[in-house]
Ligand binder design. Structure first.
Ligand code: EPU
Length: 364
């Protein structure tokens, strides 16, 4: 059994800034989650490595939090040490940008665009930290981090070693990698490939080609693409704004479901039998067809703002795929809403949605 006072002293010696008895709601964009007895903030990579090695060596239950934008923490909080990943250095080396794990992701993107570098602009406005981006292969508006990732520096929590790994070792897929739902390694730093000509990645997402008035595959000045992406995201409540409860969310709460080819006809038939002959948004995917979770949620009867104005946890009034805290929601409120939506979609269409955020001390 670990001792909070004794552990705190040693965490300070290892370079952490230690706080006691904090509420974790303030560490997540959903703003839910109970207390933790010890929070160790690590603002350098060295202290982060030393602190996590120390905690692992003594088997202290450790929860790592960076931007907290893809995290649902239960109302009982965390009975162990919370390590805040707060190393935030960023440097440019030729056409590779290196960001420490705790750097604010959108600051990294904005910095590249301002420096006349292209490649990251479609990933503008995404909440959270740089180190989290490879973990679930963050993607938006036609670009995934995996396609621009140069390498990742990891702390191997089994051996205690620090090493660089390339994207091919990370098992990157749609919103997933070997790092997700695993405590085996901690991201310390990421390196991303940028393009010195200042042009964006080829614009592929339909909504973005329409906004920019270009045809698919065209590259535009990175700054122009960034502005367009930010405007689209704002319209969906997907850019953090503390005054707008539609943004008190974990972004998309469910991944877009991939239905295996063998089941696709059956699912499309279930959709048509309920909705009539509608145009169902589908996207090509490995081994099957990807459907739009937001569309399925809305068509299953969970419209924007569900279940209504008095509920503490509601669907965003701008996008059905975001579950939001209207100010006083608990993790219980949120997970109940998530279950209602997931089960309702399954009943209506036979498709079971999977949550995208990591859950800690609660389940959906
Ligand atoms: N739709 C609705 N109702 C809504 C919202 C969307 O019916 O309230 C339907 C529409 O048909 C729309 C379609 O869903 O055309 C797709 O919506 P959107 O373009 O917003 O994309 P998404 O699939 O819901 C994904 C990512 C987002 C990313 C956007 C843009 C996932 C789970 N989500 O959302 O990522 O920003 O595409 O690329 O893949 C995140 O992962 O947290 C996230 C925000």
């Amino acid at each position: 059994m670990w001792d909070a006072s004794n552990t705190s002293e040693r965490l300070v010696e290892a370079g952490a800034f230690v706080s006691r008895d904090l509420d974790l709601a303030g560490f997540t964009t959903l703003r839910v989650g109970g207390p933790a007895p010890v929070v160790a903030e690590c603002s350098t990579t060295e202290s982060l490595v030393e602190v996590v090695r120390l905690l692992d060596a003594e088997s202290v239950p450790t929860l790592l939090i960076a931007g907290g934008s893809n995290l649902v923490i239960g109302d009982d909080g965390w009975d162990g040490v919370v390590v805040r990943i707060a190393n935030s250095g960023v440097r440019l080396d030729a056409d590779v940008i290196a960001a420490e794990a705790g750097a604010v992701w959108d600051d990294v993107v904005a910095g590249t665009v301002e420096a006349g570098l292209g490649g990251l602009e479609c990933l503008s406005g995404i909440p959270g930290s740089a180190g989290a981006t490879p973990v679930q292969n963050v993607g938006a508006y036609g670009v995934e981090v995996g396609t621009v990732l140069h390498r990742v520096r990891l702390l191997d929590r089994v051996t205690g070693e620090v090493r660089w790994v390339g994207p091919d070792e990370l098992g990157l897929g749609y919103r997933t990698s070997v790092l997700k739902h695993s405590d085996a390694a901690l991201v310390l730093e990421v390196e991303l490939q940028v393009s010195p000509d200042g042009a964006s990645a080829p614009i592929r997402y339909r909504e973005l080609t329409a906004t920019l008035g270009v045809s698919e595959g065209v590259r535009v000045p990175a700054a122009q693409a960034r502005e367009a992406v930010l405007a689209l995201r704002r319209g969906k409540g997907m850019v953090l704004d503390s005054t707008d409860h539609d943004t008190w969310s974990a972004g998309s709460f469910f991944t877009n479901p991939v239905v295996p080819a063998a089941r696709a006809e059956e699912v499309l038939a279930a959709i048509r039998s309920r909705l009539g002959d509608v145009a169902v948004p589908t996207y090509p995917a490995d081994g099957g067809v990807k459907l739009s979770a937001g569309w399925l949620i809305e068509r299953a009867g969970f419209t924007k703002g569900f279940p209504g104005a008095d509920a503490p946890a509601r669907l965003s009034t701008k996008h059905t795929l975001a579950l939001t805290n209207r100010g006083a929601a608990s993790a219980k409120d949120l997970t109940e809403l998530a279950r209602t939506v997931r089960d309702g979609v399954e009943d209506a269409f036979g498709v079971r949605l999977s949550p995208e955020p990591v859950t800690v001390g609660c389940e959906i």
